[in-house]
Design a protein around this ligand. Structure first.
Ligand code: S3P
Length: 447
């Protein structure tokens, strides 16, 4: 297999020198989950949807391209602005070819739900990392809705959905996954009667909120979300907040690099996404939420983070789904925290863009950190006043592993080379420049 490349066909490594501090005001790019959904719902709404703050990363751009191929006129993105000429619930057209979604699991799983209600069949494909990820978790409920769905062996992509008229479904989800919940609810838009999901723990609720924003009634009762098929979505304007999952790298960086004082601007702090704040605070981090406000139905704040010595904790399992994308960098925080940090109940980390338990354990061990992987988590023995080692680590094709080890270098005794970083462009365009501006001594090497 060739090494993953960036969109210009280059292989990227990062070389990061120890140091810091981080200072200043930073705005990280737009929220990935909200950007995907804004395009999808804008496409099936009636009227023109204007998005600002859109994430111009490869994942969200793959969703834009997919909807263009489905016959939707989309202008932009241009400096975070996207204009979508909605075609209504029944206006999508059969694409001329398979839809290629790159690295974007959210695009594939949510699109699978939408495609269930179309009068045509579609095949969804992804890159090397996405092609290893389980799609049976969405194929199974769609089959229960009477839709034929084919996957490759072991439920992996490519996935073909033979659209039709899905039957309504009351789905008790076997895992805490916003993508599965969203897939079923989006298919439910095309079903007769009520479709509902029951989740085993709270997961991000952007789909429910945004449907409501588009004027589509969704009922939330505890862990149950329900809607009735056959309604319409009315176009709206959407201001996408900065992504807390991207801000997380800088929250940990400032927490572990002595002398740091940063403010992350306009960050989405939706209560189904704020686990990173709770967990870092439990570890002793100095985090302040400023100017809390509501933007288009989503809670937003500026987040000030100052250096503070961290202490290891047992991470309460209730926070796991609320911080599910932040564990790679939280493991770095744990390596720089005094004593033992224990994560349990996080088996889902094994089926992300990489097996994030193994990828982080491998890299941390290579840097001399006592990190013991477990089936559903990790145990890390850290120290707040000694350094970790330098050396080479690999990202396993995973953007968040790449950015996590960049942060780890702040507290290393020698430089860290992070190999295979092209995927950072999926979620965080401009990461290297922003990290440099904040005070991280990172250099991008094209190999
Ligand atoms: C996402 C849901 C989560 C998360 C992913 C984005 C979403 O995945 O890890 O990065 O936008 O719905 P799961 O649904 O698999 O937990």
């Amino acid at each position: 297999m060739p090494l993953p490349q960036d969109s210009a066909g280059r292989h990227i490594n990062y070389r990061v020198q120890p140091g810091g501090p981080l200072t200043g005001y930073l705005r990280v790019p737009g929220d990935k989950s909200i950007s995907h959904r804004a395009v999808m719902l804008g496409a099936i709404a009636e009227g023109v949807t204007n998005i600002s703050g859109f994430l111009e990363g490869e994942d969200a751009l793959a969703t834009v391209e997919a909807f263009r191929a489905l016959g939707v006129a989309i202008e932009g993105p241009d400096k975070g602005r996207v204009r979508i000429h909605g075609v209504g619930l029944h206006g999508l057209k059969k694409p001329a070819a398979d839809l290629y979604l790159g690295n974007a699991g959210t695009a594939m799983r949510l699109l699978a739900g939408l495609m269930a209600g179309q009068e045509f069949s579609v095949t969804l494909r992804g890159d090397r990392s996405l092609t290893k990820r389980p799609m049976d978790r969405v194929a199974n409920p769609l089959r229960e809705m009477g839709i034929q769905v084919d996957t490759a062996a072991a439920g992996r992509p490519p996935i073909t959905i033979y659209g039709g008229r899905p039957k309504n479904l009351h789905y008790v989800m076997p895992m805490a996954s916003a993508q599965v919940k969203s897939c079923v609810l989006l298919a439910g838009l095309y079903a007769e009667g009520e479709t509902s999901t029951i989740e085993p723990a709270p997961t991000r609720d952007h789909t429910e909120r945004m449907l409501q924003g588009f004027g589509y009634p969704v009922t939330i009762e505890g862990n149950r979300a329900s809607l009735t098929g056959g309604g319409t979505l009315k176009a709206i304007d959407i201001d996408v907040p900065a992504d807390i999952s991207s801000a997380a790298f800088f929250m940990v960086a400032a927490s572990i690099a002595p002398g740091s004082d940063i403010t992350l601007q306009h960050v989405g702090i939706n209560a189904t996404r704020d686990g990173i704040i709770h967990i870092l605070k439990l570890m002793g981090a100095d985090i302040e939420l400023l100017n809390q406000r509501s933007v288009g139905g989503e809670a937003v704040a500026d987040i000030r983070v100052r250096y503070a010595p961290l202490t290891g904790i047992e991470i309460p399992e209730q926070y796991v789904p609320l911080a599910i994308d932040e564990f790679p960098v939280l493991f770095v925080a744990a390596a720089c925290a005094d004593g033992k940090t224990v994560l349990t109940g996080a088996r889902e980390l094994r089926v992300k863009e990489s097996d994030r338990i193994q990828a982080m354990a491998d890299g941390l061990q290579a840097l001399g950190v006592n990190a013991q992987p477990r089936a559903d988590g990790m145990i890390i023995e850290g120290s707040h006043d000694s350094t970790i080692g330098g050396g080479d680590v690999d990202t396993h094709d995973d953007h968040r592993i790449a950015m996590s080890f960049t942060v780890a270098a702040l507290r290393a005794a020698a430089p860290i080379t992070v190999n295979n970083c092209a995927h950072v462009a999926t979620s965080f365009p401009g990461f290297v420049e922003l990290a440099q501006a904040a005070g991280i001594r990172i250099e991008q090497q094209v190999v």
